[in-house]
Design a binder for this molecule. Structure first.
Ligand code: FRU
Length: 475
């Protein structure tokens, strides 16, 4: 009898994460809530499974969980369509609106081998059809100058654009009354990690638990990330309509290897809510991951807040509550041992425990071929270990251990984890520490081994997660 082999398309196709049906995807772009839907564009190559010929692909969702792939939003013309943002021009400052329709505007980088400049496109039908404008609105004659993040800043009554000079490790802020005329306001950087080029800046306000507003400045880095390849850093601080003033040192947003180019949604119905997602990949190996035909997936959407870290503050991320809709069968875990997982579904695990200084919780994911990945949590550290086995033996930078220190103090440790067909997202300390990693098992993961030494589980719940609608269109 011939050996039965699962093709990567079946083995690794995400069950609850967004991935386009075929071909290459990288950064999320143009995230905006409009026409009653969450809109998501992304860097997309409709001609192949590696980076090139950048277009903006597009998907929509009623709930940030179930995504439907749509037609391409922005096509490559005499330049490629690199990363950028989208937002509603409520007051029609751009003049693109004709007769009172909602004016959706996208601002993105037009890329040629010689120049990167910022362009606009608009849509008057909720993102179905986009009208790219032929002339750049910001061209400073640079080869590398990209990834505009534009938002309306009410206190200074102007549009703000954060845009990056990758090799100078600088984010330049511009202001504009009408999205067409831009004036430089300030430069931030070099600062923090500068071991690679800077990409995809993001600047947005978030509240802490006392209701105080902080501004977050985020920038991606490639290479120079915490465990090799790309990474993402942020500062908390103030923004006065001209300058961002950092009040914390730079910190990593994610301590795994696969969370890049995160972008937040514009114009969410709840104005104080901040939600982002990222490309779950790393430029070190993104073009060689073992899913030929389709490469690139998004992380789950996460809600942001500023939380205490001892005496200091940090950015914390939690999976959005809407994900609870995916929960199917629930199981309580009471003692160490093996729990059966259904590889046709994703899995969510939520767990709290107390432990001594030397105690630890160890979770190991097994396929029929053996252990495929491990998560360890003790009172000081969170660790994720990716083994050195096929099919990723030759994927440079894949195998290894990714770890992060936890904040000091709490008696009760918490862990919230999502496992999908080729990914693991682990949130500890109520989202203060996150590790997001791709995980390519040799065969479907069928068992979770739960092991705890000198630790008492207080509560542990495991859910199978099944989408009740499309999360991408399968070819
Ligand atoms: C980040 C990035 C951006 C650029 C886009 C090109 O991953 O390199 O800086 O706009 O991807 O696809």
């Amino acid at each position: 009898m011939p050996e039965r082999v699962l093709t990567p398309a079946h083995l690794y196709r995400p069950r609850v994460h967004y991935a386009p049906a075929i071909n290459w995807m990288n950064d999320p772009n143009g995230l905006v809530y409009a026409a009653g839907q969450y809109q998501m564009s992304y860097q997309y190559n409709p001609y192949g499974d590696t980076h090139g010929h950048m277009h903006w692909g597009r998907a929509t969702s009623p709930d940030l969980v179930h995504w439907t792939e749509q037609e391409i939003a922005l096509w490559q013309g005499d330049h490629e369509i690199f990363s950028g943002s989208a937002f509603i021009d409520h007051a029609n400052t751009s003049g693109f609106g004709k007769s009172g329709e909602t004016v959706l505007v996208a601002c993105y980088t037009g890329h040629t081998p010689y120049n990167q400049s910022q362009f606009l496109a608009y849509s008057l039908d909720g993102g179905e059809q986009w009208h790219p404008q032929p002339e750049a609105v910001l061209d400073v004659g640079r080869q590398d100058f990209r990834d505009p993040r534009v938002f309306w800043h009410s206190p200074s009554s102007q549009w703000i654009m954060a845009v990056v000079h990758p090799y100078e490790h600088q984010i330049e802020l511009y202001g504009s009354p009408n999205l067409r005329d831009w004036q430089s306001l300030s430069l931030f950087g070099p600062a923090g990690a500068t071991g690679g080029i800077w990409e995809v800046p993001e600047l947005f306000p978030v509240e802490d638990e006392q209701g105080q507003t902080w501004w977050v400045l985020k920038v991606d880095l490639n290479p120079g990330g915490p465990f090799g390849g790309s990474g993402v850093q942020y500062w908390l601080g103030d923004f006065d309509g001209r300058c961002f003033d950092a009040r914390t040192p730079a910190r990593w947003v994610d301590h795994g290897k696969d969370f890049y180019a995160a972008l937040t949604w514009s114009d969410l119905p709840e104005p104080s809510r901040r939600v982002w997602l990222a490309w779950m990949n790393n430029w070190q190996y993104a073009q060689a991951v073992p899913t030929p035909g389709q490469r690139g997936m998004m992380s789950l959407a996460r809600e942001l807040r500023v939380a205490r870290w001892g005496e200091a503050f940090c950015l914390a991320q939690s999976p959005i509550p809407e994900l609870q809709k995916l929960r199917g069968k629930e199981e309580e875990i009471r003692r160490p041992g093996f729990v059966v997982l259904n590889p046709a579904c994703a899995a969510e695990l939520k767990l709290t425990f107390t432990s001594t200084m030397s105690g630890a919780l160890r979770l190991t994911f097994h396929s029929d071929e053996g252990p495929e990945g491990t998560v360890v949590l003790n009172s000081q550290m969170l660790r994720v270990i990716r083994p050195t086995t096929a099919p990723t033996t030759d994927l440079a930078g894949y195998a290894g251990e990714h770890s992060a220190e936890l904040p000091p103090g709490p008696e009760v440790l918490d862990l919230h984890l999502f496992l999908d067909a080729c990914s693991l997202e682990v949130f500890a300390s109520e989202g203060r520490v996150v590790i997001s990693d791709l995980l390519y098992p040799n065969a479907p993961i069928r068992k979770l081994e739960v092991d705890f030494e000198d630790a008492d589980i207080l509560q542990a719940q495991l859910w199978t997660l099944t989408p009740s609608g499309p999360t991408g269109r399968l070819a």
